[in-house]
Design a protein around this ligand. Structure first.
Ligand code: VAH
Length: 317
């Protein structure tokens, strides 16, 4: 039976991942951790929860030993836009936290997952159908930490035999937990604003394509990768995965099918637009499909229908 430690459990991915892992492996076998412990929170109240600052390596190992974990899913990190505003802090958290998590996995012989991102690519990377193995020269601190993280996780696999696995996530869209400080967050905000105000001002420019994925597909991908037969994996850190690629006009048009009066205009944020322009337009997920059967269930139409339905059910209007 897996006993899983999750860092960053209150974040956009962590919130849904912990809930799903507890359904699959049993609530008591999933130890959620984060740097804060809010009152009345499903992740905090749904099973074991510990406050953990991932830059505290001693605490990471102590909590891992306390619960006798055999798997670490390390999610705690600063996302692209925040990382660009605080690059030194981003390096300390994203890399300091990762080293601590990998050391705990090495010392306690844990299987290990951490996400990379399409942010691990840069302007010299082929932009269309970006290959699994290609040039990675990102020009953002977020991207630097993601490429460094991929290399470090492969090193821990080759040097110490730690069973490290990862995916390069596209922008993730969820109705559960709001995103925090990403470049792709416009694709989440737009649904909330469409329901609340019937209009949205996009900070990403018309015609800017980025890979995206609905959160249920992201959670399924993590579980499927971690359960995959290790002998079939030619890659480990990290697999390209994606469900769709769109630009703001396309998501707006899909929303208008449900909310005909919806309107969108633009007020482009040069920082996040600048980040988005260094990322691929679309990536090639074939290695993940071949090596561990990755498959996305949601396209833009199916995601939009479900997002609006679930947000309305939450009382967003
Ligand atoms: C961000 N949502 O925008 C994250 C993600 C691919 C984007 O890494 O920073």
């Amino acid at each position: 039976m897996k006993r899983i430690l999750v860092t960053g459990a209150l974040g956009q991915i962590g919130t849904e991942l912990v809930t799903r892992l507890r359904e699959v492996y049993g609530a008591d076998n999933v130890i959620a951790t984060d740097i804060r412990k809010p009152e009345d929170n499903a992740v905090v109240n749904g099973g074991p929860f510990e406050i953990l600052d991932v830059t505290d390596g001693k605490a990471m190992i102590e909590i891992s030993k306390k619960y006798n974990v055999d798997t670490i899913m390390h999610l705690a990190a600063l996302l692209s836009a925040v990382a660009e505003a605080k690059p030194q802090l981003a390096w300390n958290i994203n890399m300091g936290g990762l080293v601590n998590a990998l050391e705990a996995a090495r010392e306690l012989n844990c299987q290990f997952f951490t996400p990379s991102s399409i942010g691990a690519f840069g302007p010299s990377t082929p932009k269309n159908n970006t290959p699994q193995d290609t040039i990675q020269r990102p020009e953002t601190m977020y991207g630097v930490t993601k490429v460094s993280g991929e290399l470090l996780c492969d090193y821990y696999y080759k040097k110490f035999g730690v069973d490290t696995r990862g995916v390069r996530f596209p922008g993730l869209i969820s109705y559960v937990a709001p995103p925090g400080g990403g470049t792709t967050d416009y694709a989440v905000d737009i649904y909330y604003e469409a329901l609340k105000k019937g209009k949205y001002t996009s900070y990403i420019a018309k015609g800017t394509y980025m890979d995206m994925m609905y959160m249920p597909d992201a959670i399924n991908a993590i579980i499927k990768l971690m359960e995959a037969d290790a002998s079939k994996l030619k890659h480990r850190n990290a697999f390209n995965i994606t469900a769709m690629s769109f630009e703001p006009e396309q998501i707006a048009a899909e929303i208008k099918k449900h909310i005909p009066e919806f309107e969108m205009d633009y007020d482009v944020d040069p920082v996040r637009q600048g980040i988005a322009e260094t990322w691929p337009d679309s990536i090639d997920p074939s290695a993940a499909m071949e090596e561990w059967g990755f498959k996305a269930e949601y396209d833009l139409a199916k995601m939009t229908e479900d997002m609006l339905e679930k947000l309305r059910a939450k009382g967003i209007k």
